[in-house]
Design a protein. Structure first.
Length: 699
């Protein structure tokens, strides 16, 4: 425990001074353990929230971390917030409502999120649905719960907040879950729960229980609809041709309806009501973040009111905006809400901000930046790092070097070891703190910069390599399949193809009794009025007919025509495959030069890349380098949108070939691109024994 924490409970309002950036994560972990009601920390923005969540998870793995992000929409938007964000918010509110006072808990939120009102705490108690294998539950009641709590029905579950129904199987992606779950019913009995991959749809494990929480802050119950209708009329007067009012009155969800949240409840709470005994902490920059949030609300409300007046004149659709004080905390309320909590302000300065209370010195200083040495190359940086580490060990500080990702950790480790700086790779804070104090530990913690604190010194990757313009990981694109996974995706009259019987026409669902038990089946019409019934659990044998429907002849059940067409197509595919195999074999037996990345120098070249490599980008680089190393004629096409990192793949391949003594030509379609790539290649190859030149119609 940090020494001063023994005394802080006697204070109601204090400022923690000398809190270097990065050390705030260590501090929040200790504060959370010490406070009986946990800690509510208000970050300036979502970027800082994400950084703190990862850093606290490393330094204080025993602390429960709950995130409460802001909606990803602007105030008074016409769009609803993303289901994943709403799911995280509701999971936090649900946990806090069930247990509002708990030590060892840290709630991370932002200025924009904390000023927005939320559903009352009592309405969030017990709103989740607990499921377990062996439970008796009517599937229809589960579907009604999902619809009522904001889940959207989909053909195939891919995102948080979606569910799909296929006969006795219900797939659901619950709020706050990392993977969707497949619920297998036999009648009203829930037989099994299995996790599955949303990309491949293959099961990946079993589960004994599942908690399903709402994914919308608005639940369209009969009471909520009645409350909305009366509140809407009272606030905006008589209603005519209002699509929002009509949709809610009919029990349908409407895009952007969350921006009328106060009208669905008798009253709203603030996030502070969910943490009555928590310590509230924030940094000295929060006032600016709060002002920006309030200014944005006022700006958009004013714009909506002006647009409303214009709409009334020209007869266009009217957007009735809820008054800001109904949906957001006002500036006057903020001091009153804080008055019932212990408040801690964190600042990197040695003096407390005005009005922040008594100053408590923490003694954490910014770490050293190696910017000047970087200008002379990595060979000049390493001796200074070694001297700095020795100096910190002499002052009885444990030294950690933090990398942003596991890949950059491994690369930086190799570089430092090659230049005579011994480091040991460790994965957890427990391992690092148990290591001998004179061992320099390499870990993965996304810190912006290093710091020096009592007993601990952290050197961040950016301190060594410079600013890293980290890009968020993009989710892998999911392929759109032609196979049908849900009968609701079909409309009566659609043409489908059965794997064994050919082209038929979908006529709807029908319950057929077979073996003494009812089965839901898809009814297909074939030529001569023949009908085929396909059980919904076998619907994967059907696929959509991919051509224009006009003039299509239905196949005849039992006729050999469909099998003959399949046989001809298979033969054609075999012929094409044979030709492709011959071409691939010819390329395979050709002998090419072999190139391998030069050890050390290649890692240093990669370290100059100022972004976080995506998974697909790393895979493309690995595949290209593998081809270069085996002496095989390469046959690859790298596809990606603008800014996805295709040039970096070419840069690393060019580096490997050029360092092996080969001449490399990079061909681009225009003179402008030639100039742009020329500048980029010169910057990346600066200081290396390679010459970069440009050829074009002008040069």
């Amino acid at each position: 425990m940090i020494p001063f924490l023994k005394e802080w409970p006697a204070l109601s309002r204090f400022a923690l001074t000398g809190v270097a950036v990065g050390y705030d994560a260590c501090l929040l972990g200790d504060l959370s353990r010490t406070s009986a009601g946990g800690v509510l920390h208000v970050s300036s923005d979502d970027v800082q929230l994400a950084r703190l969540a990862e850093a606290v998870a490393f330094f204080a793995p025993d602390v429960e971390i709950l995130e409460f992000p802001a909606w990803d929409t602007v105030p008074y938007d016409r769009a609803s917030p993303h289901a994943e964000i709403v799911g995280r918010r509701l999971e936090t509110l649900s946990r806090l409502a069930d247990q509002p006072v708990k030590a060892g808990r840290l709630i991370l939120t932002t200025a924009r999120a904390v000023v927005q009102r939320v559903p009352a705490r009592e309405t969030m108690v017990g709103v989740h649905l607990n499921l377990a294998a062996g439970d008796t539950l009517d599937p229809a009641s589960l579907i009604a719960f999902l619809d009522r709590n904001g889940y959207g029905r989909a053909e195939q579950v891919m995102e948080s907040g979606e569910y799909a129904v296929r006969g006795g199987i219900i797939d659901v992606f619950p709020s706050g879950a990392t993977d969707p779950t497949r619920l297998d019913f036999f009648g009203d009995s829930l037989e099994s729960l299995r996790f599955f991959d949303p990309v491949t749809q293959r099961t990946s494990g079993t589960s004994e229980a599942l908690v399903v929480r709402p994914v919308s802050e608005i639940r369209l119950s009969t009471e909520a609809i009645a409350t909305f209708r009366s509140g809407y009329r009272e606030l905006f007067g008589a209603v005519t041709d209002d699509p929002l009012y009509e949709a809610v009155s009919a029990g349908r969800r409407f895009p952007g309806m969350e921006h009328w949240l106060p009208l669905f409840f008798d009253g709203l709470d603030t996030l502070f009501a969910f943490v009555p005994e928590a310590v509230v902490s924030f940094d000295a920059a929060l006032p600016e973040g709060l002002k920006a949030a309030w200014d944005q609300v006022a700006e958009y409300y004013t714009a909506r009111r002006a647009a409303e007046r214009s709409s009334l004149k020209d007869g266009s659709a009217v957007y009735h905006a809820v008054p800001p004080e109904r949906l957001f905390i006002t500036e006057d309320e903020w001091p009153r809400l804080l008055s019932s909590h212990v408040v801690a302000t964190m600042t990197a300065l040695d003096a407390a901000p005005e009005g922040a209370g008594d100053a408590v010195a923490v003694g954490a200083l910014p770490g050293r930046l190696f910017a000047e040495a970087r200008t002379r190359g990595f060979d000049a940086v390493c001796p200074e790092i070694a001297a700095y580490i020795a100096e910190q060990h002499a002052e009885e500080r444990r030294v950690l070097i933090s990398a942003v990702t596991a890949g950059s950790r491994d690369r930086l480790t190799a570089l430092l070891r090659d230049h005579g700086v011994p480091v040991q790779v460790m994965n957890t804070w427990a391992e690092a703190s148990a290591a001998p104090s004179d061992v320099t530990v390499m870990v993965v913690v996304p810190l912006e910069c290093g710091f020096r604190a009592p007993g601990l010194c952290v050197i961040a990757e950016q301190d060594i390599l410079g600013d890293r313009l980290a890009q968020p990981r993009r989710k892998k694109a999911r392929k759109a399949e032609n196979f049908i996974v849900d009968a609701s995706a079909l409309a009566e009259g659609d043409l489908v193809v059965h794997a064994e019987h050919g082209i038929g026409r979908y006529e709807g669902l029908e319950t057929v009794t077979a073996g003494g038990a009812p089965h839901d089946c898809v009814r297909l019409l074939y030529a001569d009025g023949d009908k085929l019934f396909v059980p919904v659990e076998n619907i994967d044998v059907l696929s959509r007919y991919g051509s224009v429907d006009a003039g299509v002849a239905l196949d005849r059940l039992g006729s050999p025509a469909w099998q003959a067409r399949k046989a001809r197509l298979k033969q054609r595919i075999r012929e094409m495959a044979e030709q492709l195999i011959k071409t691939a074999a010819a390329r395979q037996i050709r002998v090419a030069e072999t190139f391998t990345p030069p050890e050390g120098l290649y890692d240093e070249f990669c370290a100059r890349f100022p972004y976080t490599e995506t998974e697909d980008q790393l895979k493309a680089i690995e595949d290209v380098l593998a081809d270069l190393s085996v002496g095989r004629a390469m046959d690859r096409l790298v596809c990606g949108d603008v800014g996805f990192g295709k040039t970096e793949v070419a840069l690393r391949a060019a580096f490997v070939a050029a360092m092996a003594g080969m001449q490399v030509a990079v061909v681009v379609p225009t003179t402008l691109l030639a100039r742009q790539h020329y500048r980029g290649f010169r910057e990346r190859f600066a200081g290396l024994p390679l010459k970069v030149e440009m050829l074009s119609r002008l040069v």
